[in-house]
Design a protein around this ligand. Structure first.
Ligand code: GAR
Length: 190
């Protein structure tokens, strides 16, 4: 088994486009990064991000079978001796059983200023409530949805002219900036 001194062997879980995956891959390639991405796992075998991971010569695994997704993923995580999972646009909720069995840290990126707007449609809810700010958070995953300790978050202003699409675009831009920073911060303080 290959070792990567100073780097945590990381698996990224995605469900679709994979733009946060791309930003993590870009970070992981930096000399001083603290992770090596070994594996990308998806509950959607057609996820665009899997193609990108493949082109980046990272092992991929896609499985939409709900009943064995977690067990098969756990086996792979063990096989590749994975130290850290980063959820990046992974839209399936991991069971308590999975989180216990993996037993190492799992991080998630969520498109809101947690603890506000756990779950779905975060931008729509922020606009509807006439919030002045939206944003993104990276947090530790626990058994309670979107509720683990926040590692890093950043906000953006919601303008009167913003709609869900424009806000999503603005927030996504900061997501790409803060996920690598949060990973660095989290691993530095381990
Ligand atoms: C991102 O905005 C991410 O924060 C969000 O899905 C999008 C995935 O985009 N995640 C969640 O809503 C998790 N509950 P990407 O596939 O381009 O990274």
């Amino acid at each position: 088994m290959e070792t990567y001194p100073g780097k945590k062997k990381t698996a990224v879980f995605i469900s679709g486009r994979g733009s946060n995956l791309k930003s993590l891959i870009k970070y992981s390639k930096k000399k001083n990064s603290l992770i090596k991405i070994i594996l990308v796992i998806s509950n959607n075998p057609d996820a665009e991000g899997l193609k990108y991971a493949s082109r980046s010569k990272i092992k991929i695994y896609g499985n939409k079978n709900k009943s064995n997704f977690e067990n098969k993923s756990l086996k792979l995580l063990e096989k590749f001796n994975i130290d850290l999972i980063c959820l990046a646009g992974f839209m399936k909720i991991l069971s308590g059983n999975f989180i216990k069995k993996f037993s190492k840290p799992i991080l998630n990126i969520h498109p809101s200023l947690l603890p506000k707007y756990k779950g779905l449609n975060t931008h729509e809810r922020a606009i509807k409530n006439k919030d002045r700010f939206a944003g993104a958070s990276i947090h530790k995953v626990t058994e309670k949805l979107d509720s683990g300790k926040v590692i890093l978050q950043k906000k953006v202003k919601i303008l009167k002219s913003d709609n869900v699409r424009s806000l999503e675009k603005k927030v996504l831009k900061i997501e790409h900036e803060i996920y690598p920073k949060a990973v660095d911060k989290f691993l530095t303080n381990l």
